[in-house]
Design a binder for this molecule. Structure first.
Ligand code: URA
Length: 195
């Protein structure tokens, strides 16, 4: 008789959230944040987007990319023929940094094992980094201006991921030429994945 217990992806992610709380990751950030923002979307997605850290609206709602950057991200997903329900979206740092300052190296480092575990659970084929804070772990030393939109195969714990670094939507939102570049890169994503 088979007696193995099957744990769903959702249960594994719930456990991961509990681990972050129990291990008191970044207590200074946690103290001023409303809540931990783990991620959102399809747990069986082929594509995972990784941003930087929650902003104000994300902190209040508990969901990633729901503010101005999120609106822009949704528009680009639509232009690429994708919906939020097709993908999974998360951040490197899972508490809002005060006044939306950049996450500190120690904060990114503290959250990295949890991000990697999240990827192990969801097991996507493609990781799309949004901005340099998520790119720097997967493509150390890369310069976003040189590598944006280009796929790279990255091996983590014997698993291969196709990593596509993109500009961060917040950086591109009010900058005409970056905006055009990001949209151009974004709409090519399905083609890159298919190829
Ligand atoms: N910017 C990010 O990097 N992540 C969010 O969730 C929102 C804005």
């Amino acid at each position: 008789m088979y007696t193995g217990i099957v744990i769903t992806k959702q249960q594994q992610l719930d456990q991961l959230r509990a681990d972050i709380l129990e291990n008191d990751i970044c207590p200074d950030l946690a103290a001023q944040a409303t809540q931990l923002v783990m991620g959102d979307g399809n747990l069986d997605a082929d594509i995972v987007f990784i941003g930087e850290a929650p902003g104000k609206k994300e902190d209040l709602t508990g969901l990633p990319f729901v503010g101005a950057s999120g609106k822009f991200l949704n528009e680009m997903l639509a232009q690429a023929g994708l919906e939020r329900a097709d993908v999974y979206i998360t951040n490197v740092v899972k508490y809002r940094p005060p006044n939306n300052r950049d996450p500190k190296p120690a904060e990114k480092k503290a959250f990295m094992p949890y991000l990697l575990k999240q990827l192990e659970i969801i097991h996507p084929k493609v990781v799309i980094t949004l901005g340099r804070h998520s790119m720097e772990y997967f493509l150390p030393g890369a310069v976003i201006g040189e590598v944006h939109g280009q796929p790279h195969t990255v091996t983590i714990d014997n698993d291969d991921f196709l990593v596509i670094p993109l500009y961060h939507p917040a950086a591109a939102l009010y900058n005409g030429s970056l905006r055009a570049t990001l949209i151009e890169d974004f709409v090519r994503v399905p083609q890159i994945i298919a190829g």
